[in-house]
Design a protein around this ligand. Structure first.
Ligand code: GDP
Ligand code: MN
Length: 345
């Protein structure tokens, strides 16, 4: 998972690295009083924002609100910002590039360093140097390249290395690492990718939902638990001579709110005529699913017909809840597919 810049910077700050003063503001949140000038930075999980209008300066109180609105409106590489980071604007004297990454080929962690960082880094390959973290001379080498006092710089590098390991990072990139006109070093941008396999060790991070609706272009929406169940549901739909509108494995333990969102997403796919819900509940509880279905029926306008096969843990409770809400179940997946096919033709 790639962290957003404001999250990455929180980790850097906690690790004792120099980060500009700043505040994260979620979209639609009220803007607090801030000292100007600031840079307004789009919070999207991709880089290249500077070139695409996702990093803008606001110098006056009159400018601030319109600049924030402009940045929030702008999609960056297909991502809508979830908010903006407002940071004290920097007086930049030099921009360096400094990153740590896992080098799988050589089974080590290495630095990539350039004295010529910033938004054009990809074009500055001539200035780029690689240094392994097990190189005893790395502090001297990197400090020389970035024209820093090695005694000062040593503590920053050691904090970065500790953070990289402690957070199970795959990448920790600071671009630019800025030298200000006053001579201070500041991490002006930060990108951190955490190894998804270490999710269990970093529960306080905001991990994305594991499941997401993958559109497939057909007419029958699918919600199933377990990838195998989702695949076999789609196979059954194809075998009946019709087509699935999406793939979705909701996994275990989907709450009511998430369930409603999934149904909303599928209902919004073009060409959907019905949705099959095929659950064989183990970890998942049928009564949770039933509550999700009832909430969806109440909340989603123009919801297409649902054909539901629901068995397993707390199945009886679920059937009772649904019956009380006037929602019927199908006995088998085949029955669901048959009815869904009739709706689509
Ligand atoms: P990116 O384009 O997504 O990598 O976003 P950055 O945070 O790296 O910002 C892009 C560029 O904006 C930087 O390389 C700077 O040259 C420029 N910039 C101008 N003023 C500032 C400032 O006060 N803070 C930061 N972070 N960048 C600034
Ligand atoms: Mn950057």
């Amino acid at each position: 998972m790639q962290l957003l810049e404001y999250q990455a910077k929180q980790l850097l700050r906690q690790a004792g690295l120099p980060v500009p003063r700043g505040v994260f503001i979620a979209a639609h949140e009220v803007v607090p009083e801030v000292a100007l000038p600031v840079v307004v930075k789009s919070q999207v999980p991709v880089g290249g924002r500077g070139k695409l209008g996702g990093v803008k300066r606001a110098g006056t109180p009159q400018e601030l609100a319109p600049v924030i609105a402009t940045v929030l409106q702008k999609e960056i590489k297909g991502h809508k910002p979830i908010g903006v980071l407002l940071e004290e604007a920097l007086e930049i004297a030099a921009e360096y590039y400094l990153s740590l990454r896992v080098d799988r080929d050589n089974r080590c962690v290495e630095y990539i360093v350039s004295w010529d960082g910033g938004v054009e880094i990809e074009a500055h390959t001539g200035s780029v140097m690689r240094v392994r973290t097990d190189d005893p001379d790395r502090v001297q080498t990197i400090a020389t390249m970035l024209q820093q006092d090695p005694r000062q710089f040593k503590k920053y590098l050691s904090r970065l290395e500790k953070l990289f390991v402690a957070q199970d990072c795959l990448l920790l990139e600071i671009n630019p690492l800025v030298r200000t006109t006053r001579g201070d070093l500041v991490c002006a941008d930060a990108k951190i990718a955490v190894d998804d396999n270490a999710r269990f060790r970093h529960q306080t991070l905001k991990w994305p939902e594991v499941a997401a609706v993958k559109p497939l272009g057909g007419s029958i929406g699918v919600i199933a638990n377990g990838a195998g169940m989702a695949m076999s549901t789609m196979d059954t739909i194809y075998a009946a001579g019709t087509t699935p509108a999406n793939f979705l494995d909701i996994g275990g333990g989907t709450g009511e709110e998430v369930f409603v969102r999934f149904l909303t997403d599928i209902n919004n796919l073009p060409g959907v005529t019905s949705i099959i819900i095929n659950i064989f509940a183990g970890i998942t509880r049928c009564d949770d699913i039933a509550r999700g279905i009832i909430a969806a029926k109440n909340q989603i306008p123009n919801l297409v017909p649902l054909f539901i096969r629901l068995e397993g843990t707390n199945g009886d409770e679920a059937a009772a809840l649904l019956a009380a809400a006037g929602i019927s179940l199908e006995p088998t997946l085949a029955a669901c597919v048959q009815k869904a096919k009739e709706m689509s033709s």
